[in-house]
Write a protein that binds this ligand. Structure first.
Ligand SMILES: [Zn+2]
Length: 673
């Protein structure tokens, strides 16, 4: 982090700071969070204030103040719980972690209580059923319906015995999914005595066991790759049982609260709206991409045959061959070595690049703000103010970008304060500026290709929060449906893949020489030689996730039976008997029935790119339109927002064709290398 001085730094114009000691401020410059104990106080205060707000809601007339107070309630609780979630995952001090965790749990339990509070629900329902409701603006109605949906998916409208069952199932789902998720990353332990000898040198050993915790995909010995794969992804009856129980509990919960399947419950407020639409999208995509992916697999077979000595069956591609064959393809290409290209991506140049680009599109600069004592949890965390030319500071992003040992979270976005209107005596007095933490795990500076891609992706999420200007914090920024939430982050990947954007900021970190067009090509295409195969893998995972959450297993059918069936339908390579990546698929935890969102959002982002930025990625006019899309968060249904921007409502075939065209375009470019 030696190059950050190039980012626009706010001069420290308080000379006293240099001479006298100033008492430390709290985390995020909030005085309420200066010590571990402050989490206890902040939680007590938030709970006390919340109870007062709840009483106000219950006793007030059914008018707009119900929504305003519901949002204030949500803001009061989120201000402690969201911050706690971030600190729990990033702070090094065990006492801070412990207290932040307890704050999250206390607030979480209280929220559960609120979700099953019939008086609160009745106040909201009375408002939604009132005559004046129709006269409310769209954002208020959308926010009211989001609150209502949150109550109803928790079964508030049910009789009390069913409500108790909902609470019981929700808690069991949480425990089971957490356990399943935790187990997905555990190594397979093999007694040393029975471990195939070529593997012993590849993995760590303790207490007489070999810990198979990854697959050495680049090992030239095919047996090593294959045996590791068979062990790592081998059948795991414990995980299969957990997953079966999880799916069963999710299905029971969904039917109890009035949905045919869990996927119907999850997708109700998404862009896709229902599982049948997602299925139609995936099937149409599969029909177009699978033949292309199969052709790429044939190309992989050819490469595999050329690689000598490479043991193993040479006429088929196995899952453990993909990486090494891709590396061979890279070697045979005319592309420059990706490692030398990395020298053009120092962290400070990447941040300067984002700054230049935000300035052009939105008139927004990134200013590095001096950090006060006590404000952050690690000395390397940066504080970036997003400063608009005329509107001033519109939000703050704390960027915790570098990897360090013990850092739990990687590549994610934490809301600390959601943007919303603040009121005093029912009058809007100010706007609560959004504050977020952007977390990455950058291992080296200059950055690897993967790290640059992740930084830009996460910056897309940050932008969504920073540009959010919704009235209500419950629907601010990234608090929107998942198939829309990935649009801004994936659109950033389109910008990053554009040579006009890359050539604006990528410079050699030592010589300052600008990046050459050959290096740009190498950055764009290294590791992406098989674009149809990449897309097809996502189609398979999305189809598997959707199928398991939308079609309950039949009597006698196991998770593995379903997995093998879907593999044969959606994968371009053969299924390996007695293996199943499903046992290590960690997206079942928080992306259940929503994994398709990555493909869907990519398709939407691609349409936005084509219509707004492909001609000029620095267009201020398109930037203004795009800012309009992002300012509402989840306060307006994403379908309406996308339609307003594009001028039409994209159909399934528009979405499918957008992804298909991208794959074709990438394939034809790759073929020239
Ligand atoms: Zn993302």
């Amino acid at each position: 982090m030696t190059h950050t001085a190039q980012v626009h730094q706010t001069p420290c114009n308080n000379p006293r700071l240099l001479h006298c000691s100033v008492p430390p401020v709290g985390l995020f410059n909030l005085k309420d969070f200066s010590t571990p104990d402050s989490f206890v106080t902040a939680t007590q205060t938030a709970l006390y204030e919340s109870k007062t707000i709840v009483n106000e809601i219950i006793s007030c007339r059914p008018d707009i103040t119900v929504i305003q107070k519901m949002d204030k309630l949500s803001n009061t609780l989120c201000n402690v719980a969201d911050l706690g979630e971030c600190i729990r995952q990033l702070h090094p001090d065990p006492e801070m972690i412990q207290n932040a965790q307890e704050a999250c749990m206390a607030i979480g339990n209280y929220v559960e209580e609120l979700n099953t509070n019939p008086q609160l629900y009745n106040s909201l329902k009375a408002l939604v059923n009132s005559k004046q409701y129709e006269s409310f603006d769209e954002v208020t109605k959308c926010t009211a319906e989001t609150f209502l949906h949150d109550f109803e998916i928790n079964g508030i409208h049910l009789e009390s015995s069913k409500r108790d069952k909902v609470v019981e199932l929700s808690s069991s789902i949480l425990d089971t999914s957490y356990q399943f998720h935790y187990n997905t990353s555990l190594p397979t332990q093999v007694p040393k005595k029975s471990c195939p000898s070529p593997l012993i040198k590849c993995f760590q050993e303790s207490n007489g066991y070999i810990h198979v915790d990854h697959i050495p995909y680049y090992d030239t010995n095919a047996d090593v790759r294959a045996l590791s794969y068979l062990l790592f992804y081998g059948r795991n009856t414990g995980q299969e049982t957990l997953l079966g129980n999880l799916l069963n509990a999710r299905q029971q919960l969904a039917t109890l609260v009035g949905y045919p399947t869990f996927a119907h419950r999850v997708l109700k407020s998404s862009m896709a709206r229902d599982p049948a639409t997602v299925q139609a999208f995936l099937d149409a995509l599969n029909k177009k991409i699978l033949p292309l992916a199969k052709r790429e697999v044939n190309e992989m077979v050819r490469l595999k045959q050329e690689m000598k000595p490479l043991q193993g069956d040479s006429d088929t591609i196995r899952p453990w061959d993909i990486s090494i064959v891709t590396a061979e393809r890279q070697k045979q290409s005319k592309l420059l070595n990706i490692h030398s290209v990395q020298n053009y991506f120092s962290l400070s140049d990447c941040i300067s690049g984002l700054d230049t680009f935000f300035k052009a599109l939105f008139g927004i600069r990134l200013q590095l703000v001096p950090i006060k004592d006590g404000e952050v949890w690690d000395t390397k965390v940066l504080k970036l103010a997003f400063v608009h030319d005329t509107e001033g500071v519109i939000g703050y992003t704390y960027a915790d970008l570098l990897a360090r040992s013990g850092k739990l979270a990687s590549d994610c976005h934490f809301t600390i304060r959601g943007g919303c209107e603040l009121q005093m005596d029912d009058v809007v007095t100010s706007y609560q500026l959004p504050v977020i933490t952007l977390c990455c795990s950058i291992e080296s500076d200059p950055l690897s290709q993967h790290a640059v891609e992740n930084l830009f992706h996460e910056m897309g999420h940050a932008l969504h929060s920073m540009l959010g200007r919704s009235k209500y914090q419950n629907v601010t920024g990234t608090r929107c449906s998942t198939d829309f939430a990935e649009v801004p982050s994936i659109l950033m990947e389109f910008f990053l893949a554009d040579s006009r954007v890359l050539s604006k900021f990528a410079k050699h970190y030592k010589t300052r020489e600008p990046i050459s067009s050959d290096s740009i090509k190498s950055f764009q295409f290294s590791n992406h030689f098989f674009p149809a195969y990449e897309t097809q893998t996502q189609i398979f995972h999305a189809a598997m996730d959707l199928s398991l959450h939308s079609e309950p297993l039949k009597a006698g059918e196991t998770v593995l039976d379903r997995y093998a069936f879907l593999h044969s339908k959606y994968s371009p390579i053969e299924h390996i008997p007695n293996t199943a990546t499903v046992s290590r698929f960690n997206h079942f935890y928080s992306y259940a029935a929503k994994y398709y969102s990555y493909l869907w959002s990519r398709a939407v982002a691609s349409l936005i790119w084509k219509s707004c930025f492909a001609n000029d990625p620095f267009s201020a006019e398109s930037g203004a339109k795009y800012r309009d899309l992002l300012r509402h968060g989840g306060g307006i249904h994403p379908t309406t927002l996308v339609k307003n921007l594009l001028g039409y409502d994209p159909s399934i075939s528009d979405l499918v064709n957008a992804l298909y065209d991208n794959v074709i375009k990438k394939q034809s470019l790759v073929n020239t290398f």
